[in-house]
Design a protein around this ligand. Structure first.
Ligand code: HEC
Ligand SMILES: [Cu+2]
Length: 348
């Protein structure tokens, strides 16, 4: 067979492989195309409409371009019978009118109509996502972005935690978003968003999960070296389970430090307490450790919090998440660290 005959197949194969590779990014717990709440549903619908509209326009423009490239050229003037002077002027005038029609139709009317239609879709959707007053006030959660972790505060429940957000399913939640250092952006693709977290300002984002489930969130504004490892999880719980979660966290908050006289308590006091808290005072320089035991991931999604996860984090965190703002504790030997891990576990 002539090698050129295979060309379309090679092209098709390449297209298919690329499409599979690209489209696989549209699935999973961090996909805006698998909406799990009203805001995300609207965004996904708008996205599909915009994709469809722009696809039609791209195909039309490419079609016209191909037509212009390959249409038969007008016969050379030398082969033509010498036209009348008036006739020449006439065709030139018609050409001008046609060109002007394309210009006005394709360059002014079409974009105006397309934009108006998309805006007519988009503006009411954007309006529905605004945190407007509701008959029953939504749950309020304050999230502060830090390089590179998330501080999560429930003012009405008196709970401060990090990197893992629990919400009740089927109820709107207002996220009050702020930043402690640089600009971050709060994004839970399956629930909606994203919204910037700007130093010195609080932005409010209303989200809702329609059903219980676990969703991934990610910082969506480049904020420095470990921006990619600035993740969080959102757990949407049935109403009753959420109430239980709140009660358990409130018990964590009220609990005094256990084994306060142990040597590890002094190690913690000397090396960790300026940034972390295990009881009482709220955490400031690093993620809160009172609710550490309830988190499934460490280091804002860097590693699993199971088995020796905590030990590994304390020993290797500058290797696992280089440049993060927790100092390496190389001066603490393995035994001291193990004892510290046990002591932290006993705080649960
Ligand atoms: C200078 C402030 C500072 C000191 C001191 C410090 N940390 Fe941290 N710690 C942080 C920061 C910041 C993070 C978040 C790192 C990240 O994910 O980017 C963190 C993260 C952690 C985490 C992971 C929490 C989570 O939910 O992801 C644990 C556990 C932890 N630190 C324990 C300790 C212990 C134990 C000590 C004392 C030996 C200590 N830290 C000392 C700032 C500090
Ligand atoms: Cu970021």
């Amino acid at each position: 067979m002539h090698p050129l005959r295979d060309k379309p197949r090679v092209g098709l194969f390449t297209f298919a492989v690329t499409a599979v590779a690209l489209l696989s990014g549209c699935e999973g717990s961090q996909s805006a195309l698998q909406p799990a709440g009203p805001a995300a549903q609207d965004i996904a619908l708008l996205w599909w409409w915009m994709l469809g509209t722009s696809a039609v326009i791209v195909f039309a423009v490419v079609g016209l371009w191909l037509y212009a490239q390959f249409r038969r050229p007008p016969p050379a003037s030398s082969e033509q019978p010498a036209p009348e002077q008036a006739g020449m002027r006439h065709t030139a005038a018609v050409d001008r009118i046609i060109a002007r029609r394309w210009l006005i139709g394709g360059g002014l009317i079409l974009p105006t109509v397309t934009m108006v239609v998309l805006l007519a879709f988009g503006i009411p959707m954007g309006h529905r996502m605004l945190p407007l007053p509701l008959p029953e006030a939504p749950l309020r959660i304050e999230v502060t972005g830090h390089q590179w972790w998330w501080e999560v505060h429930y003012p009405e429940q008196g709970i401060t935690t990090a990197n893992q957000i629990h919400i009740p399913a089927g109820r709107p939640v207002d996220f009050h978003l702020a930043s402690a250092d640089v600009i971050h952006a709060f994004w839970v693709p399956q629930l909606g968003g994203k919204l910037d977290m700007i130093p010195g300002r609080t932005n409010v984002l209303r989200l809702q999960a329609d059903a219980p489930g676990r969703f991934r969130g990610q910082c969506a504004e480049f904020c420095g070296l470990q921006h990619a490892r600035m993740r969080f999880t959102v757990e949407a719980l049935p109403e009753e389970a959420f109430a239980q979660w709140v009660a358990a966290r409130q018990a964590d908050e009220a609990r005094p430090v256990r084994d306060a006289g142990a040597p590890s308590a002094q190690v913690f006091e000397a090396h960790c307490s300026q940034c972390h808290s295990v009881a009482g005072t709220p955490a400031t320089g690093g993620p809160d450790l009172r609710h550490l035991h309830s988190r499934t991931l460490l280091g804002a999604g860097t590693l699993r919090h199971d088995g020796d996860g905590l030990q590994r984090w304390l020993r290797e965190h500058q290797h696992l998440k280089p440049g993060n703002h927790m100092p390496a504790h190389d001066h603490l030997d393995d035994d001291t660290l193990s004892a510290l891990v046990d002591w932290l576990r006993r705080q649960q």
